[in-house]
Design a protein. Structure first.
Length: 318
């Protein structure tokens, strides 16, 4: 395990902050909302967007070499990861940076009363977003690079790239009941979560979009949906929309929502009767906000779609 102590700096909203729309090229891949504040960041971002009303946005620049990858909210605190650092803020405006760790951090979430983050072959846990413990999920020498972690209500799942020789980079999945002891799952290469792109769960069913073949530089996401229950039993069905890119899968009000570049599809956990809506959105981080879906896009836009929107309606640019 690894302990990451202490603070050595802070970032503040200052006169260099600017109002949205922003004259910057940013790939906003992550967004979090808490205490009436929204924070968005992403892979090519050199700062964060902050809003108190989801309409007016301020850009807070960070002097970071590495991109700010992911942000989460929990226990009245925002936590963000990027490069080899953890960041935290109580208001989304003033940010504190943790001392450096060895691993490149890729993703952070809040679940079970704690923050969880992944980087390379470790899962990190923190109760307050300040002090972190890291656990190695695979002891043997590996090229494993964990990219995401999620909680299905019973197991924690850590997923990442574990490339062998050749052009393929199949994913590896590890599960844990407590976040300390991790078990590697050997999913079927064509069915299961190993090729998962985005995931959601209702506590019983895990839903994901996936590649129909092992991913490589030459394949694109296909119209295949993967479902897996909490016991690890997987099934695959064809999607009702022919998407080439999936942005997110979310669970809300008893339905799974699949967001893609060809529209929005939703269904209950039976995945038999589908509702298809307009509102195509490509390469965006999407969360369930107050009154509607909030999306941070790869083009640096913040978009909103009301939960009460008609099926033919699109997204409003904020």
């Amino acid at each position: 395990m690894v302990f990451c102590p202490g603070l050595f700096g802070a970032y503040f909203l200052d006169s260099n902050s600017i109002r949205f729309p922003l004259p910057i090229e940013s790939d906003f891949a992550s967004i979090a909302v808490g205490n009436g504040v929204s924070v968005a960041t992403g892979d090519r971002s050199d700062g964060v967007l902050v809003s108190r009303n989801s309409e007016e946005w301020s850009f807070i620049p960070f002097n970071q070499i590495y991109p700010l990858r992911s942000v989460a909210f929990g226990n009245d605190r925002f936590v963000m990861v990027g490069g080899r650092h953890f960041f935290w803020s109580d208001n989304g405006i003033t940010w504190h940076v943790q001392s450096e760790v060895i691993e490149n951090l890729a993703f952070v979430m809040y679940s079970r009363g704690s923050f969880w983050a992944v980087g390379e072959n470790k899962v990190f846990k923190s109760d307050d977003g300040v002090d972190w413990l890291g656990t190695i999920v695979e002891d043997e020498p590996t090229d494993l690079s964990l990219t995401t972690i999620f909680d299905d209500g019973t197991f924690l799942h850590a997923i990442g790239d574990d490339p062998p020789s050749g052009i393929y980079t199949p994913d590896a999945r590890f599960t844990s009941l407590d976040g300390v002891t991790w078990t590697k799952k050997h999913d079927d290469p064509d069915v299961g979560l190993r090729n998962a792109v985005v995931l959601a769960t209702d506590g019983n069913v895990i839903a994901a979009t996936a590649l129909s073949d092992p991913p490589s530089h030459y394949t694109r996401p296909q119209s295949l949906l993967i479902m897996q229950d909490a016991d690890g039993n997987a099934s695959a069905i064809q999607s009702p929309v022919s998407a080439s890119h999936w942005s997110a899968v979310k669970y809300r009000d008893g339905r799974f929502w699949f967001f893609s570049d060809q529209g929005i599809a939703s269904s209950d956990a039976s995945f038999i009767k589908w509702t298809i809506e307009e509102g195509a959105i490509d390469r965006a981080a999407i969360i369930a906000g107050e009154g509607g879906w909030l999306a941070a896009t790869s083009s640096g836009e913040i978009k909103f779609r009301s939960y009460d929107a008609e099926a033919i309606d699109g997204w409003d640019i904020l």
